[in-house]
Write a protein that binds this ligand. Structure first.
Ligand code: CMC
Length: 432
């Protein structure tokens, strides 16, 4: 097909800009040479309309509410796959054959231990440290324990690259559970490698030997596995873009992932699941008047937003939210839990979806709206919610980092339009 061009008319000149089309019909105008040719840059604060890469990992159609990993619909993966199979799919690009998946799962199972010296780092954190801060710090410290992973040649050292990937997938649940144990002032549990990925995590979180041995409930382990699948990737979101940007300086995988964890922590990104539960709790404690809070969310001066509502990309139902809502009902039924926060969430969803403000702005429940209720039901404390998101998002971050490095993308370095003072002379302190 011949190259198409868009034309930009500015300052009496015409610039021809190549048009790029994706496999799902998405279209873009390549402006990468615009500044060299014209002196102009493009301005798009928050990158709301800027493609930073061409990616083959995840497809989202926000208008239609579609999410696919490597072409496979999220609904099918959530129903039939497992988190580790999805991780393989995202990272290596195809669904593994049985022996490949067996090998991958075995490798993950047998790398769950963290170096005993790393365990000592936990002792240095205050007991009330937020587990996200601890998680990020410990993931960064993996680079210190595995220094070869830092300057890795990803083409020539493929085996070590695979080992680096396995290590972080295997160790993140251990580090996450230990960050929780640390926040409780409890001794840590070492991993039990006869357990599957999610059961092992639940065991390390909740077992309190010899006082309280923990029986993993398979319904809970399955629900957790599904939640991790639903969070596994979401194309160029804030944390994935951070991982790619940090990695573009050829920083190692571990420090790039740690940066992704930090980006995820914010309340407008992964931190929203914690905020949702806190909001539902606040509504409950204030007497359950849902409409009053919806009105408050519409009032721009209140500084209050409906957490778990709205999305930069989805202008329709977030497909993950639909699956999570169903899973939420299943888990609460299986555990025989009646949570008034679920009733409030459902009423809130109903009221908001029928309110003109939310209809006009196409604000729907997002992935965080119901996930917190499941986490709460299975005993995950609120300050661990975002850690759960990080556990799920890990394969996506790895896949994004790898894709960026394999494509030999240049170091990320945005431009700006300077609006500060023009040149002026320094004024000595006694003359100011
Ligand atoms: N409650 C009330 N109003 C809202 C909300 C909300 N949750 N979200 C957006 N709006 C309004 C906003 O005030 C604006 O109104 P107007 O056009 O009158 O100024 C309009 O909707 C568009 O909002 P925006 O902030 O320009 O949209 P954005 O794409 O920059 O922000 C968002 C997306 C997710 C940050 C935002 O919807 C939000 O703050 N939601 C609550 C936090 C949340 O649930 N975050 C989790 C996102 S999903 C997990 C993830 O992938 O990270």
């Amino acid at each position: 097909m011949s190259q198409e061009y868009a034309e930009l008319h500015v300052e009496g000149k015409i610039y021809k800009l190549p048009v790029v089309r994706g496999t799902e019909g998405e279209k873009a105008i390549d402006i990468s040479k615009l500044r060299d040719e014209s002196g102009f840059i493009t301005l798009d604060v928050g990158l709301k309309n800027t493609g930073t890469t061409q990616s083959a990992i995840t497809f989202i159609d926000g208008e239609k509410g579609i999410l696919r990993y490597r072409g496979y619909p999220i609904e099918q993966l959530a129903e039939y796959s497992t988190f580790l199979e999805v991780a393989f799919l995202l990272i290596y690009g195809y669904l593994p054959k049985k022996d490949e998946l067996d090998r991958f799962v075995h490798e993950v199972r047998t790398h769950t231990m963290v170096n005993e010296d790393m365990r000592k780092i936990f002792d240095g954190f205050p007991v009330n440290a937020h587990p996200m801060g601890v998680l990020s710090a410990l993931v960064t410290s993996l680079s210190a324990f595995y220094p070869k992973a830092v300057g890795l040649d990803i083409e020539k050292e493929k085996e070590y690259l695979d080992l680096t990937i396995i290590r972080i997938i295997a160790k993140l649940p251990t580090i996450a559970a230990w960050s929780y144990k640390n926040s409780q002032g409890h001794p840590v549990n070492y991993p039990k490698n006869n357990l599957d990925y999610c059961s092992n995590f639940l065991y390390m979180m909740f077992s309190l030997p010899p006082i309280e041995p923990y029986e993993v409930n398979p319904v809970v382990a399955k629900a957790l596995d599904r939640l991790l699948i639903l969070h596994a990737d979401h194309e160029q979101n804030c944390s994935a873009s951070t991982v790619r940007l940090v990695g573009s300086s050829h920083a190692g995988l571990y420090s790039s992932i740690a940066a992704g964890i930090d980006a995820l922590w914010g309340p407008l990104h992964g931190g929203a699941n914690q905020e949702v539960i806190e909001m539902l709790q606040e509504i409950y404690e204030a007497g359950g008047n849902v409409r009053q809070f919806v009105e408050k969310a519409k009032d721009k001066n209140s500084g209050f937003r409906l957490m778990g509502f709205g999305h930069r990309v989805y202008k329709n139902f977030d497909p993950r939210a639909k699956i999570i809502k169903k899973t939420c009902d299943e888990v609460l039924t299986a555990l025989n839990i009646k949570d008034p926060l679920l009733d409030i969430a459902k009423e809130l969803e109903y009221v908001a979806l029928n309110d003109q403000y939310f209809i006009d702005r196409k604000l729907y429940p997002n992935v965080d709206f119901y996930s917190g209720i499941i986490y709460k039901a299975i005993g995950i404390p609120i300050n661990m919610f975002t850690v759960m998101f990080a556990l799920g998002r890990l394969p996506g971050w790895i896949a994004q980092w790898l894709e960026m490095r394999r494509a030999k993308e240049p170091i990320g370095r945005p431009r700006q339009v300077y609006i500060g003072e023009t040149a002026r002379d320094y004024v000595p302190i006694d003359k100011r």
